[in-house]
Design a protein around this ligand. Structure first.
Ligand SMILES: CC(C)(COP(=O)(O)OP(=O)(O)OC[C@H]1O[C@@H](n2cnc3c(N)ncnc32)[C@H](O)[C@@H]1OP(=O)(O)O)[C@@H](O)C(=O)NCCC(=O)NCCS
Length: 158
């Protein structure tokens, strides 16, 4: 991975292809991704390889004083090399600088890989939603604080 950067329109074909492969039950098509790219409060980041091609992506949405992680994925050919961790760190830093105090996300209870990623990044479970997904499985709602409270000085690292 060479960099994590904001997505451009040129990245969307690659993001759409990754999304179709990794989220086959709920993929977003190219016009949907273009719409998300153009929506205020939404932020699409890509992790790019040495040829500057997207090998991972993360989508966040800002909702007042918190942000939501709506999608995160890494190409199977580059897994366990820190791609998602780098995307998550940048997403947290950007959300914090845009005024968010917390980042929330939903993850399938059976998605052990993603749950391990989030645990390593400091997320904690705050809710469980039974029968949340189309196949009847449950979702966990996780949260990570992006700023210390008033008892502390300074802010957390991304
Ligand atoms: C989950 C996902 C985004 C992780 O991407 P990644 O780039 O491989 O993650 P990282 O390399 O940054 O992993 C960081 C840490 O998370 C944990 N982790 C990540 N994937 C894991 C897995 N499959 N099994 C166990 N632990 C895992 C490990 O602690 C890992 O550190 P380590 O490799 O030093 O042990 C990727 O597997 C993916 O795209 N999955 C399909 C889409 C998906 O489920 N997205 C999340 C929806 S909520």
């Amino acid at each position: 991975m060479r960099s994590v950067r904001p997505a451009t329109t040129d990245d969307l074909a690659a993001v759409t292809a990754l999304d179709a492969a990794l989220f086959p039950d709920e993929p977003w098509d190219l016009p949907a991704w273009q719409g998300l790219l153009d929506t205020a409060g939404r932020r699409l980041l890509v992790a790019a390889d040495d040829a500057d091609r997207p090998v991972g992506y993360a989508l966040t949405g800002l909702v007042g004083d918190f942000a939501e992680l709506l999608r995160i994925a890494a190409d199977p050919t580059v897994r366990r090399r820190g791609v998602a961790t780098a995307l998550l760190a940048r997403a947290c830093a950007e959300a914090r600088s845009n005024g968010a105090e917390r980042l929330l996300l939903e993850v399938g209870e059976a998605n052990t890989g993603a749950r391990a990623l989030y645990a390593a990044a400091g997320f904690v479970e705050i809710d469980r939603r039974p029968r949340y997904y189309r196949d009847g499985s449950a979702a966990l709602v996780l949260e990570r604080a992006l700023a210390f409270d008033t008892h502390t000085s300074g802010r957390m690292d991304p």
